[in-house]
Ligand binder design. Structure first.
Ligand SMILES: O=P(O)(O)OC[C@H]1O[C@](O)(CO)[C@@H](O)[C@@H]1O
Length: 547
């Protein structure tokens, strides 16, 4: 099958969407609600224990029809098949993209270059299970015979953000092991972390797909040297394990082959928490919960693969991003979880979404002349309300926002949960309806404020409303529902990259900085400063104390 390289803006459906946008851009969502008593029902999907209410978006049924027409015109169905079947859709690295294989059922058959990868996946899953159980129940001990109390995940990017986000998200389900994360090459990070740890009872998990990442190898080396001040070289085998595709480099580092958890080049770093990269998740909450998360993701995979597009959650939500990004000119999207457990969720998705779709060259290798990847940001509600919601409500930018909340709280504190969720619902209502001049004046008058006193304030207190939100309301935050939610965003990334005609699964944009840093490190550590622009040379001189 030939590679689909159509510029989406040249399609018939794009032209129709452009015309439709012109006719709808001034429409008020609150009027659409008045006109259609069933609007909420019409635009709510239910999947995997979540309600997805996208009715508070600037859309009509025609918008969805046209967006689906665009997806069909570009051949979305075939693209989904290729994605799930292990085609090398990561063309620039010539790799399959199969994070879905990591959570596929045991009897599934998924071929990469003629080899069914599912048995290998289950073999590694078995190893993760076995190892986690032994560490948790104390059968696997440190070099002085003590059971482990702490685990340090050493990794960065996809080898850190996913596990760190999930360990925090599933804190409610955690066991006695305290899991720490060291990522930054800044020595303060690693030194602050080890300062609190006992080498006799700490297990180190070095996670690096390539095992060449400067940050990870530096942190792992610092930690190993610190460890060797206490234990011996032979004790390293009891305290260090690695997750990587690069078995040679792992062995050079001194890690025994039985302590290596393999992964595969068909798993992208930012999609890898389902692989052995998730070992620290399994250690923190136990393999059963890790497995529960995979099950939730598998449920979303099957929904995405088999559900007609008009009821397909990743398809609909992915297309909504295209609608705002390319027709309304929205540059960013906020993701606001109303649960403290998901406090790292937006940071995690920043890598997932921005590293995937922050591309300016299309699948034919030509610069694009339309907008692609959105800027992702967010913090948990209600903290975000007291920080940046001012801009979302009254600023000049249109920021489509996902609100994620749960019906049941984990701690069962109804008082707190009711207050939290009252804010959750209130915000989307406020963003929808805003507050008119009439309403502002009526409020002043109700309070008996004289006209000459309030007149100058009216404009400041008005809210335009008509600001789009999508409400994702789940039953309860569990390993399974978390897995389902993460997989939803993964598939949204696919949808968007597909429509924008870009390759979502490479990340060449991170290379240049890495390359220059290695040259600059030589400038810093030697007497010479090589050729750079004048600003960089000046700054290096200041840093090195050269006048
Ligand atoms: O797991 P590795 O190979 O250390 O890479 C870490 C991260 O570095 C990147 O390659 C680029 O920042 C990410 O895509 C990846 O998740």
């Amino acid at each position: 099958m030939a590679l689909q390289t159509t510029n989406p803006t040249t399609t018939e459906s794009w032209k129709k969407l452009q015309e439709h946008y012109e006719s709808i851009k001034g429409v008020q969502m609150k009027d659409l609600f008045k006109e259609d008593a069933d609007r909420a029902e019409k635009f709510t999907l239910k999947q995997g224990g979540y309600y997805y209410d996208y009715s508070k978006n600037r859309i009509t049924e025609e918008t969805i029809e046209l967006l689906l027409e665009l997806a069909n015109e570009l051949g979305l169905s075939e693209a989904i098949t290729k994605y799930f079947e292990g085609d090398h859709i990561n063309k620039t690295e010539d790799r399959a993209v199969l994070h879905t294989a990591l959570r596929a059922p045991e009897d599934a058959e998924i071929f990469v270059d003629g080899i069914n990868v599912v048995p290998e996946v289950y073999e590694v899953r078995g190893k993760i299970k076995d190892f986690s159980e032994k560490v948790i129940n104390g059968a696997f001990k440190g070099y002085t015979g003590k059971a482990f109390t702490d685990v340090v995940n050493i990794g960065i990017g996809g080898s850190d953000l996913g596990p760190a986000m999930v360990v925090e998200a599933l804190k409610y389900y955690k066991n006695h092991l305290n899991v720490h994360f060291v990522s930054n090459v800044d020595g303060d990070h690693v030194n602050e972390t080890i300062a609190t740890l006992d080498p006799e009872t700490t297990l180190f998990v070095i996670v690096s797909k390539t095992f060449t990442t400067q940050e990870t190898i530096s942190n792992a080396t610092t930690i190993k040297n610190w460890f060797l001040k206490h234990g011996t070289q032979a004790d390293v085998a009891k305290h260090f394990v690695a997750v990587s595709t690069n078995l040679e480099k792992v062995s050079e580092f001194g890690i025994a082959s039985e302590n290596v958890f393999p992964m595969w080049d068909w798993v992208g770093g930012r999609f890898s928490l389902w692989s052995a990269v998730g070992l620290s998740i399994s250690l923190a909450v136990g393999y059963e919960h890790f497995d529960g998360m995979l099950e939730g993701a598998m449920e979303m995979d099957s929904h995405f693969e088999t559900t007609p597009f008009e009821e397909n959650v990743p398809v609909i939500l992915g297309l909504l991003t295209v609608w705002y990004n390319n027709f309304f000119g929205s540059e960013s999207e906020a993701i606001i979880p109303y649960t403290q457990y998901l406090s790292r969720f937006s940071a995690y998705l920043q890598q997932g979404i921005m590293e995937s779709n922050g591309k300016g060259v299309d699948r034919a290798g030509k610069p694009v002349d339309y907008q692609t990847g959105t800027i992702i940001w967010g913090e948990p509600g209600t903290n975000s309300q007291h920080a940046f919601f001012q801009l979302i409500h009254q600023g000049t930018k249109l920021i489509p926002t996902d609100f994620i909340g749960y019906i049941a709280s984990l701690h069962g504190d109804t008082d707190h949960h009711n207050k939290l969720m009252a804010n959750f619902f209130a915000q989307t209502e406020a963003l929808l309806n805003g507050k008119t001049k009439k309403q502002v004046i009526a409020e002043f008058e109700e309070k008996g404020v004289a006209k000459e006193e309030y007149e100058a304030l009216v404009n400041f207190k008005m809210f335009t409303g008509n600001r789009p939100t999508t409400t994702i309301l789940g039953e309860k935050l569990t390993p399974k529902s978390l897995g389902n939610l993460i997989a939803l965003y993964e598939h949204r990334i696919f949808i968007q990259g597909f429509i924008w005609n870009i390759f979502s699964y490479d990340q060449w944009g991170v290379e240049l900085g890495k390359q220059l840093a290695s040259g600059i490190l030589k400038d810093i550590t030697s007497d010479e400063i090589s050729e750079h622009d004048n600003s960089t040379v000046n700054l290096l001189k200041i840093f090195k104390g050269i006048n």
